[in-house]
Design a protein around this ligand. Structure first.
Ligand SMILES: [Zn+2]
Length: 310
């Protein structure tokens, strides 16, 4: 496999920056989250990166992009949302390979309430539970495939409701089934500071994780600036980087959003649109991609593809 990787690697041209998106790094495989990497998979992702790429911090990447002299095969590792396993599982692996990283935190979820989608998924991952009351009807859960389908249907049903109704819908699922909320999956303020103290850059990801585009300019500015102020207070460090929630340019954010992020004082911002960045690109709309594949070869091929097609 290593010779294949070397061939693929030789196709990578210099002067382009790859930015990877992760969310969670799970201690062990979770059948309700088959797309999230485990510690084992993340370890070999990082091993591959340290061997074939030049991992740099986002702060350095911004500086190099501005100066027009990126190191060869430059790559940044980023995490969205602020999961506790970024501190407990990912950070030790990052440290082992000396790979810098940025974690974007949505500050409202530091107070113990998980993100709504995790709360829905967690309803379905108790293997002891054979049925759930969903929308007033008792539904048999079955195997993991069926559970994933049922959860996906609930996520779709709730996703496009206004935030208050969506949260009420999630709460009703818990209440109807007399289920307790799982242990918080997100970092609290102290844990965010702990991660910053380990040398991981903390970035903003709004307060409430809204789709910014649908908010008024005043509400958007409040979301992007308030989370920056909170994170700076908690970490005692400047917060220079931002990730747009959902992050698809045009769909989830507009040029107005980009201007407001700039006005709030951020130096870089990342979208979720697929691609790499080159000197001269807008630092407030840096592209990223997701290395979710399950084999080293596919992972590497995806890195190569993102550089060849953009
Ligand atoms: Zn997010």
């Amino acid at each position: 496999m290593h010779s294949l990787l070397s061939v693929a690697n030789s196709l990578l041209s210099g002067n382009k920056l790859s930015i990877l998106i992760y969310h969670q790094v799970l201690e062990a495989f979770d059948p309700m989250r088959p797309y999230e990497v485990t510690a084992e998979v993340f370890d070999w992702h990082m091993a591959l990166i340290s061997r074939y790429f030049t991992p740099i911090s986002l702060t350095d990447a911004a500086k190099y992009l501005e100066q027009g002299k990126l190191p060869d095969k430059a790559i940044c590792v980023t995490f969205d949302d602020g999961y506790l396993n970024n501190l407990t599982v990912a950070q030790p692996i990052l440290a082992k390979y000396k790979i810098p990283a940025t974690v974007y935190v949505a500050t409202a979820f530091t107070e113990g309430a998980d993100m709504w989608n995790d709360r829905v998924l967690d309803l379905f991952n108790d293997a002891q539970l054979s049925s759930l009351i969903i929308e007033g009807e008792s539904v048999t859960l079955g195997d993991w495939e069926k559970r994933n389908q049922l959860a996906a249907a609930q996520l779709m049903r709730l996703k496009y409701l206004p935030i208050d109704e969506r949260l009420a819908g999630v709460q009703k699922l818990y209440d109807d089934n007399n289920l307790a909320e799982p242990t918080p999956r997100m970092m609290n303020a102290q844990q965010v500071k702990q991660l910053a103290d380990c040398g991981v850059e903390i970035g903003g990801h709004t307060v409430n994780h809204p789709i910014l585009k649908v908010l008024s300019p005043e509400q958007q500015f409040d979301e992007v600036s308030r989370c920056k102020a909170q994170l700076e207070q908690w970490t005692g460090k400047p917060v220079k980087h931002f990730a747009y929630p959902n992050g698809s340019y045009g769909k989830d954010l507009t040029d107005e959003t980009v201007e407001l992020v700039k006005k709030a004082g951020y130096e870089t911002a990342v979208v979720t649109d697929w691609g790499t960045s080159s000197p001269g690109d807008d630092l407030l709309r840096l592209k990223r991609f997701t290395p979710w594949d399950s084999s080293a070869w596919k992972f590497h091929a995806r890195l190569v593809k993102s550089r060849l097609t953009i």
